[in-house]
Ligand binder design. Sequence first.
Ligand SMILES: [Zn+2]
Length: 353
Amino acid sequence: MFVLDSHCDTPSQIHRLRNIGVWNEHGHVDFPKMKKGGVDGVFFALYIPPALGPDAATSYAMELMADLSDTMDACSSQAVLVTSREEALAAQAKGLIAVFLGLENGSAIRKSLPLLRLYRKMGVRYMTLAHSAHNDICDSCSPTQPRWGGLSPFGREVVAEMNRLDMLIDVSHISDAAFYDVLKYSEKPVVATHSCCRALAGHKRNMSDEMICALAEKGGVIQINFYPVFLDDGFAARLSASGIEARGEAVEAEFIGDPSDPAKRAAWYAVEDELAAMERPSYKRIADHIDHAVSLVGPEHVGLGSDFDGISVTPSGMEDISHFSIILDELARRGYSDSDIGKIAGGNFLNLL
Ligand SMILES: [Zn+2]
């Protein structure tokens, strides 16, 4: 079995000076925590904030890549960068954590197919087409008014080029219309690296049953996100009523602006502690979303994409990646076979690489 988490925003945290070679009291992901959680491989997503303009987005992506490159050099006895299924399995055989790269937000290619090709050469295996704002490639699901009504003409070129480069297209975050456009124009399976089921929680970031079925029919996988807001409408309502998240955004922005300032760091940790003290859904809610997706499309098209280090709060019992294995134990308790658990744990996603 190979256990893979297809979406962690850890490069942003490395950029905020976290050393992931050691156990961190705060924070969701570091290599010791991954070992404890039995996680063999991970996609580190280079998350590009949608507020950044085209040039700033590209240079920020380079900064994240540079920080990660230094980290991987410093942690070569614990982990290794990989780009394929074979390399990931070889890393596992050597006891090393396999680290794949993803790029979250196509704004970083600055409307340039040569830049897209360069990211692929630098090891990026998937690109999330957009984040919470429309970009040159397609519409995001977040704004109320569409810009393109799906994929832009340039977005269609991006889809064709990603197919040619064997780069996975990530449909998490994009609008429903953009999702159906991607399915129409892509000649290869596409993935949702960190998305939940809309039938269980109404957030528009989640996928409808029809979308999940269409994704699976094309050979793709939905990797269930651990964010309580996407897992559970009750939590989403409590969080929104609490006002903590809006206040927390300002505190986080201060921290990002100067991560070396201990007071700003402590203020952000205090917000995280406040969120953690809320009544949160159990980690078993993740298994509910897995059950639902499996009931629609079978265990061959479902997996796990936590969104750790990109989310400010987690389900209870799943406080960080060191707890990862309990979700597999829960699936076993629910009657999944070892073979099906292996598929969901990482086998399905690895097969697409
Ligand atoms: Zn995301």
